[in-house]
Design a protein around this ligand. Structure first.
Ligand code: F6R
Length: 248
C-alpha cells in the first residue's frame, strides 16, 4: 500500500481534503457527479472540517456530490447521538450544500426481513453510479475497514455483521460502557470498497501503528481485511509519524 507520512494529522487531513476538493471541483466544471465513500469515527473529523472550510471560504459546491457511508450500527436510531447518521450530519452534511437525497447511510433500523434487500440495493446504487470515485477509510485496531472484521473476504458485499471484541472495546467509551455497545452493524462489503476508483486511508496515532504495519507489510488475507488494499491499483495511505512508527 503506497504510504505518505505527515508530521501530524492536521497536515495529513488537509492534504486529503485538498485532494477530494480538487476532484469535486474538476467534476463540477465538467457538470459531472462525484461519488464519495465516507467514513465516520475520529480519523476523518479534521478532513470534514477542512472540506467545510473550503465550502464556506472558497465556495466549493457539494450539489453534484453523492455520498455512501461505510456503515451504521444495527438497531441504533438515526436520532441517537452515537449513530453514524447523527455523526455525519453533525460533523459534515449540516455545514455544506449537499442535497439530502444524495446522501446514503446504511439504515440501522431495518427489520431482519428487510436487510438483504436493502444491502443489495445499496450495492446496486453504487454500481449504477459507476462505482465510488473516492473512498475515504480509517482502520480499526482489529484490522477492519468499514466494519469488515477479521474473517471477511474480499468478495463480501454489503451486509449485517457482528462486531469484533476489539471494536466493541474501542466503542465502549462513546456508548458509556461496553454493555451498551451494539453487537452488530450494517457495513459496506470489501468488494464495493475495492471497486472504488481511488482510496485514501487516514491513520493517526500510535494506537494504530501495529495494525498498520500488518496491513501494509503483512500477508494479504482475511485475518487483516485492510491488507486487501495491497491489491488496489490506486490507494494511498496517509499516516502521521506515530502511526507509521512500526513500519520496517
Ligand atoms: C467508520 C468505519 C471504521 C473506522 C475505524 C477507525 O465508519 O468504518 O472502520 O474507520 O474503526 O475508527 P477511528 O477513526 O475512530 O479510529
Amino acid at each position: 500500500i503506497p504510504l505518505r507520512i505527515f508530521n501530524d494529522k492536521e497536515e495529513g487531513s488537509v492534504y486529503i481534503a485538498n485532494q477530494i476538493a480538487a476532484t469535486i471541483k474538476a467534476k463540477n466544471e465538467l457538470g459531472q457527479k462525484t461519488v464519495l465513500g465516507l467514513a465516520t469515527g475520529s480519523s476523518p473529523l479534521r478532513i470534514y472540517r477542512e472540506l467545510i472550510r473550503i465550502h464556506q471560504e472558497e465556495g466549493l459546491s457539494f450539489k453534484n456530490v453523492v455520498t455512501f457511508n461505510l456503515d451504521e450500527y444495527y438497531q441504533v436510531e438515526p436520532e441517537n447521538k452515537e449513530s453514524y447518521h447523527y455523526f455525519m450530519y453533525e460533523h459534515f452534511f449540516n455545514h455544506i450544500d449537499i442535497n439530502p437525497e444524495n446522501v446514503h447511510i446504511p439504515n440501522g433500523m431495518l427489520s431482519p426481513s428487510e436487510i438483504d434487500e436493502f444491502c443489495q440495493e445499496y450495492d446496486r446504487k453504487i454500481a449504477a453510479l459507476g462505482n465510488i470515485d473516492i473512498q475515504l477509510l480509517g482502520i480499526g485496531r482489529s484490522g477492519h475497514i468499514g466494519f469488515n472484521e477479521p474473517g471477511a473476504t474480499d468478495t463480501t458485499t454489503t451486509r449485517l455483521v457482528k462486531l469484533n471484541k476489539i471494536t466493541i472495546d474501542d466503542a465502549a467509551e462513546a456508548f458509556d460502557g461496553e454493555e451498551h455497545v451494539p453487537l452488530r452493524a450494517i457495513t459496506m462489503g470489501v468488494k464495493p470498497i475495492l471497486n472504488a476508483k481511488k482510496i485514501f486511508m487516514a491513520v493517526w496515532g500510535e494506537s494504530k501503528a501495529e495494525i498498520l504495519a500488518k496491513a501494509i507489510e503483512g500477508p494479504v488475507g482475511s485475518d487483516v481485511p485492510a491488507s486487501y488494499l495491497q491489491k488496489h491499483p490506486d490507494v494511498l495511505c496517509i499516516a502521521d509519524a506515530p502511526a507509521a512508527s512500526k513500519l520496517s
